[in-house]
Ligand binder design. Structure first.
Ligand code: UT7
Length: 322
């Protein structure tokens, strides 16, 4: 039996750090409110000229090093991002060029904060059907470019960064199942209200910035993370007791606490890194995964449930043996 297994993880956070105290100088907010309501302490901000593909390449190189593979081994690159370098070509094609690879399939997935998970779903199915043997799956975001730094209801929440995994065909069990969902009827609760085919006009009300109904997004995120986790466990004959780790989308500590409670999962078995990098959208799950692998919390053979929720709305999960 062939499986698709994660053989390497990597992540990258830009050098520049913006703390809650720094934000106090930019807008009417304070460190205590941000920590209480979100659990976030700091976020990283891409340098001028540093792009989503630059960060993706940094994360990818670390994942490739861990997996012990070189650029020529890669048969597929999928990048989840809401903040591509250019309208086209895809950020995945730019990553491919920067890694010095030619010929393998490379494309982007746009599923906002579920972007990495949707990309993982596609890569998993590609490997399982023999399309490729080694896939590079990346989530990368420069959300600071679509953040309105005058809007305290959104600016405190987001940061830049990238996370990557190498997924390989293997005799050992890896991904057990992936699940993807969307509901476009709630588009306006979380969106950037501008785009290519509507025509850009950044002077229009709202600008090309993230716009969000925080309370509604919060409720939906808790509900959907809980339901997709239950669907995934039950679909594979597992319960929450079998899980070693939940690796949830890192948007807000309170969302993670509420989702874990719904699942009856003690926080000792939940990976939380949002305090260090805020919400990095498509990068958040692979970033949290890599941090926890490298600090020794997640070990080989453990059962992991990755889960994400984001604009669209989109929600998604992957159950895997690490
Ligand atoms: O990947 C998904 C992306 N989005 C999310 O995950 C966001 C989900 N939503 C949230 O995380 C929360 O809804 C927020 C953190 C955005 C807001 O937390 P909340 O507990 O829902 O606060 P609230 O919006 O109900 O606001 C409470 C109060 C308000 O003041 P009043 O009306 O009670 O006087 C706000 O004006 O807090 C005020 N407030 C702030 N105060 C200081 C809102 N933003 C801030 C701020 N600093 N940054």
């Amino acid at each position: 039996m062939t499986y698709a297994r994660i053989t390497g993880t990597g992540s990258y956070l830009p050098e520049k750090v913006l703390t809650n105290k720094d934000l106090e100088k930019l807008m009417d907010t304070n460190d205590e409110w941000i920590r209480d309501r979100t659990g976030i302490k700091r976020r990283h901000i891409a340098a001028d000229g540093e792009t989503s593909s630059d960060m993706a390449v940094n994360a990818a190189k670390k994942a490739m090093e861990m997996a012990g593979i070189g650029p020529d081994d890669i048969g597929l690159i999928i990048v989840g991002t809401t903040t591509p370098d250019k309208i086209f070509p895809s950020t995945a094609c730019i990553v491919q060029r920067k890694l010095g690879i030619k010929g393998c399939g490379a494309y982007d997935v746009q599923a906002v904060c579920s972007g990495f998970m949707f990309a993982l779903d596609a890569a998993y199915r590609n490997i399982m059907t023999g399309g490729s043997k080694v896939a590079l799956v990346i989530g990368t975001e420069t959300l600071s470019r679509i953040t309105n730094w005058k809007d305290r209801t959104t600016a405190i929440l987001f940061g830049d960064g990238a996370g990557a995994v190498v997924l390989e065909a293997s005799d050992e069990q890896g991904i057990i199942s992936t699940h993807i969902h969307a509901d476009g009827s709630m588009e306006e609760l979380l969106h950037v209200p501008q785009g290519v085919s509507q025509g850009f006009d950044i002077t229009r009300a709202g600008g090309a910035y993230i716009s969000m109904n925080g309370n509604a997004v919060f409720r939906n995120a808790v509900g959907k993370l809980g339901s997709v986790a239950r669907e995934t466990l039950a679909g594979n004959g597992y319960t929450e007791e079998d899980l070693d780790w939940l690796v949830p989308h890192q948007a807000n500590l309170r969302i993670i606490l509420a989702a874990a409670k719904k699942l009856n999962l003690p926080m000792e078995r939940v990976i939380v890194t949002v305090d260090e990098h805020a919400n990095t959208s498509a990068a958040s799950v692979p970033l949290a995964l890599d941090i926890a692998v490298r600090d020794g919390r997640i070990k080989r053979g453990e059962l992991l449930l990755l889960a994400a929720f984001g604009g669209g709305f989109t929600w998604s999960s992957a159950l895997l043996r690490y």
